[in-house]
Design a protein around this ligand. Structure first.
Ligand code: SAM
Length: 259
């Protein structure tokens, strides 16, 4: 994944506030229920650090580490978490080498960027867990409604009917479970989550650009294209757009080496 996609962390943080933070809150709550006092937490692909901030409240005393490949996102996370017991590093999670170091590895809204090889990604995250540790992930979920939404949006943005490249990144709960099983993890909780939200259609296009979801369209590189896309989205969906968010959520435990 090209790290330069996430070049507008302030816009991302602002626009994802409602869209993604509720998933982050839910994930952090469930993770801490299943692992009540984690000492070391890793947020894989931490972005601007909102999940790490939530974890500061839910797991006080834990040492938190956030890794993200985008220096822009890490800079924003450092601002947000200044003075907290939080180690924020620029790096590729796939080559992160701290095997068996974390009680909790958590990741929100990021695994779909690796879904061309979800098994290798889950295996890498599992490697980082201590025996008994918990992996908690929420990622873009695959279902018929999600694909229909992606395709309708893709058609409006590009002016052409065709398969949305983003749909190919989505994973089902079963795929997540299978990947975790192959990585030696046991399921604790697995579910598909659907949220609907009414958003201003122009802000939605800004969010697409800031979150890398215009992948393959090059929206963010061409401001005039962004304006045209906003016009098309507004014309097709109106000033307020009902946006669906489909997620696959899984919590798993590393039972290897646990008696
Ligand atoms: C949609 S954002 C989600 C950020 C954050 N987890 C949240 O919930 O707001 C996806 C993040 O994944 C990061 N990312 C993508 N590929 C990565 C990689 N190979 N290693 C680490 N971070 C990566 C991006 O830089 C971006 O910040």
């Amino acid at each position: 994944m090209d790290p330069t996609i996430w070049q507008t962390p302030t816009a991302y943080a602002e626009l994802s506030r409602a869209l993604q933070r509720r998933n982050a809150q839910l994930l952090a709550t469930l993770a801490c229920q299943h692992n009540p006092a984690p000492m070391r937490i890793l947020d894989a692909c931490c972005g601007t650090g909102s999940l790490l901030a939530t974890l500061g409240d839910k797991a006080p005393g834990a040492h938190r580490v956030g890794i993200d490949v985008s220096p822009h996102m890490i800079a924003e996370a450092r601002n947000r978490l200044y003075g907290e017991d939080c180690d924020l590093r620029v790096g590729d999670i796939m080559t992160h080498d701290e095997a068996a170091s974390y009680d909790l590895v958590i990741s929100n809204a990021a695994l779909h960027w690796f879904s061309d090889n979800v098994e290798a990604t889950v295996k890498q995250l599992a490697r980082l867990l201590v025996p008994g540790g918990v992996l908690a992930v929420a990622t873009a979920g695959l279902c018929d409604d999600a694909v229909a939404f992606d395709h309708a949006l893709h058609e409006v943005l590009t002016g052409e009917a065709g398969e949305s490249p983003f749909s190919r990144r989505r994973v089902t709960v079963i795929e997540l479970q299978r990947a975790a099983g192959r990585a030696g993890l046991q399921p604790i909780d697995l579910f598909a989550l659907t949220r609907h939200e009414v958003v201003d259609s122009e802000s939605f296009v800004d969010w697409l650009c800031a979150s890398g979801l215009d992948l393959g369209l090059g929206l963010s590189a061409h401001p005039r294209f962004v304006d045209a896309a906003k016009h098309r989205v507004r014309t097709r969906f109106g000033p307020l757009l009902r946006v669906g968010h489909w997620s696959s959520v899984g919590l798993f435990r590393n039972t290897a080496g646990v008696n």
